[in-house]
Design a protein around this ligand. Structure first.
Ligand code: 13P
Ligand code: SF4
Length: 325
């Protein structure tokens, strides 16, 4: 990767600050290549949570979005958790306000509550167990009661889980603005140009997109799949930031980002929230040790139970479980 002199200087400063302050940077695959390069860990949501939970660093900088930083703080409350830009939200988390979700849960008495990690600390506090895209099938299969399972906030992942597990589920109607934006017509057109390419997708995508996928999994699951699979070309339906690590893992394979609808409000398959973090903001936040992410202790105590239930089930440490169809 070519870096400008400025970004090299900033990266050097970030490395020096990390060392001096005993800090680590945990980044998501959707972050920019420069941020991934200075990170100590790059992973999917489960890996990020696992690393945050086990970290002995004094400062944990989460290069991701707000719910990821909150998750780190919930799991490791004695560390200082920083997020370079507190405006880095998530359409899924925003779709599920706590007051409305409380009523939704109350309308289904006795139903277990499973929530996708892309939600606020308050929503996690109302949950029996959390899941990520890499362990969601396992989490649903672990629920023993016959009652319908409440699942929030991603309706597309929820539909996929119903199809995979055969369980009755009551779904909250939230979605990811990036994964809802893939165009089936454009994907099929692209496939005529690359007939040997396998189509792989993230389960936040809509059912008609998932129906044509050869592999469905978390970001880490998708990277592992292209590593072990013998094909040479892939059309990849998730946020485009994943292509950086994926290409590093399979330098000789051809990776093609899945096309999205033309939409002036959204920059193709880039997550505007994830891309709010920049190298400059990362350096500033490490230097000033803010913005710090805090979670009210009464909320944290409830939320940590649901997160720990998930981590206990994801028995293999620091590794994600992926789904193949
Ligand atoms: P994973 O990396 O856990 O698959 O999640 C994708 C995502 O959209 C995170 O916001
Ligand atoms: Fe949320 Fe989608 Fe962005 Fe992930 S990619 S942070 S799910 S809006």
């Amino acid at each position: 990767m070519k870096q400008s002199v400025d970004s090299l200087t900033i990266s050097d400063s970030i490395r020096e600050l990390k060392e001096r302050k005993n800090a680590i940077i945990i980044a998501h695959y959707y972050q920019t290549p420069e941020i991934q390069e200075v990170a100590d860990v790059v992973g999917d949501s489960l890996q990020m949570a696992q690393h945050a939970a086990q970290s002995e660093a004094d400062i944990i900088v989460v290069a991701g979005v707000y719910f990821m930083a909150e998750t780190a703080k919930i799991l490791n409350p004695t560390r200082k958790v920083l997020l370079p830009d507190t405006g880095a939200g998530c359409s899924l988390a925003d779709s599920c306000p706590p007051a409305e979700f409380k009523k939704f849960v109350a309308a289904h008495p006795g139903s277990p509550v499973v929530t996708y990690v892309n939600c606020s600390a308050e929503i996690k506090a109302m949950s029996d167990i959390v899941c990520t895209s890499s362990n969601a099938v396992k989490v649903i299969n672990s629920i023993k009661t016959e009652k319908p399972i409440i699942f929030a906030p991603d309706v597309n992942l929820g539909k996929y889980l119903i199809q995979q597990t055969g369980r009755e589920m009551v779904l909250w109607d939230g979605s990811c603005i990036v994964h809802e934006n893939f165009s089936i017509d454009k994907i099929l057109d692209l496939h005529t140009l690359y007939p040997d390419a396998k189509f792989i997708a993230h389960p936040e995508s809509q059912p008609h997109i998932l129906r044509i996928a050869s592999y469905i999994g978390s970001t880490k699951g998708m990277i592992d799949f292209v590593k072990r699979d013998s094909h040479q070309q892939y059309i990849v339906a998730t946020e485009a930031g994943i292509l950086y690590q994926m290409q590093k893992e399979v330098p000789h394979k051809i990776l093609i980002p899945a096309p999205a609808f033309e939409d002036n409000t959204c920059a193709c398959s880039e997550c505007p929230y994830m891309k709010m973090n920049t190298l400059e903001k990362l350096e500033r936040c490490l230097r000033n040790e803010e913005p710090e992410i805090l979670v009210q202790e009464s909320v944290r105590k409830k939320a940590v139970r649901a997160l720990n239930a998930m981590l206990e089930l994801s028995a293999i440490p620091l590794q994600s479980i992926s789904m193949e169809v």
